[in-house]
Design a protein around this ligand. Structure first.
Ligand SMILES: NC(=O)c1ccc[n+]([C@@H]2O[C@H](COP(=O)([O-])OP(=O)(O)OC[C@H]3O[C@@H](n4cnc5c(N)ncnc54)[C@H](O)[C@@H]3O)[C@@H](O)[C@H]2O)c1
Length: 256
């Protein structure tokens, strides 16, 4: 049995990385996936790989009218939205706060956080009708912090707080709101972050070691958790901030 059968999932940042792994997993479970991302070439390629019953929309999630248009396009094609997965994000710059420029701060806030305001504002009525759900791709660093990445961690900490408040506000409408927290996942974003580090060559070993389960995964591990949270199998779960992190948050470890 496919556990997302006939659900229409509005997935931001679905063209690559964790988002594309989610798109494939959702499609395999019977969902119609709306891939919402910023670059047309990548959106087109992702939909081609997924199949023509899915939809690709070019949209800057930090732009209100873009998001409003994308929600309308989704309703025009499918007549409903069962889930919004807020996954689009950026991670640059890797810097402490005092070195972060106004522009860098604002862009991170707009893409990673304000985008939730827009998808919720324009998608809420549809989720109310479907008794649907919202899923946020946050990050473990929003809970535990991260050296040299202050503004990014602020967006993810805020996303975690928002997930809980939204879960409370929308529970009366039977809309569930949850978040997944990856630690490291190999994607184009992580490769970019690797290049910003003082010693990029040492990063792969470091990333294997921060995960007690022993390796830095690909996006499929996140996608499997997301499938569960968007399915009716998670029907009594809301406001959960779920680490999918190989145990990276589990405290002091011995030297290896
Ligand atoms: N890769 C990791 O190690 C990791 C760890 C923790 C959390 N995350 C989070 O997971 C999510 C996905 O990250 P990823 O590693 O797959 O990144 P990625 O860079 O590989 O993919 C990002 C996706 O977001 C889209 N996007 C970026 N800016 C956008 C905008 N303004 N409007 C619309 N779409 C936009 C891109 O088009 C792309 O589809 C992000 O929210 C990220 O913060 C990633």
């Amino acid at each position: 049995m496919q556990i997302l059968s006939d659900k229409v999932i509005f997935l931001t940042g679905g063209s690559m990385g964790i988002g594309f792994e989610c798109a494939k997993a959702y499609a395999n479970e019977g969902a119609k996936v709306v891939i919402v991302a910023s670059s047309w070439g990548q959106v087109e390629e992702a939909v081609e790989r997924l199949g023509s019953e899915h939809l690709g929309i070019v949209c800057d999630v930090s732009n209100a009218s873009d998001v409003e248009g994308a929600i309308h396009q989704t309703i025009e094609k499918y007549g409903r939205i069962n889930a919004i997965h807020n996954n689009a994000g950026i991670a640059t710059p890797s810097k402490p706060l005092h070195q972060t420029s106004d522009e860098e701060w604002q862009l991170l806030m707009d893409v990673n956080l304000k985008s939730l305001l827009f998808t919720t504002r324009f998608g809420f009525e549809e989720l109310k009708k479907s008794g649907g759900c919202i899923l946020n791709t946050s990050s473990l660093v929003g809970e535990i912090g991260q050296e040299n990445h202050a503004a990014y961690t602020a967006t993810k900490g805020a996303m975690n707080a928002l997930t809980k408040s939204m879960a409370l506000d929308y529970a009366p409408y039977k809309i569930r709101v949850n978040a997944v927290l990856p630690a490291g996942v190999w994607t184009p974003m992580l490769r970019k972050w690797q290049e910003e580090q003082p010693d990029p060559a040492s990063v792969e070993k470091y990333l294997d070691e921060i995960h007690p389960l022993g390796y830095c995964p690909e996006g499929d591990v996140i996608a499997d958790a997301c499938v569960f949270l968007l399915s009716d199998k998670a029907r009594f779960i809301t406001g959960t901030i779920l680490p999918v992190s190989g145990g990276a948050e589990l405290g002091y470890r011995s030297l290896r």
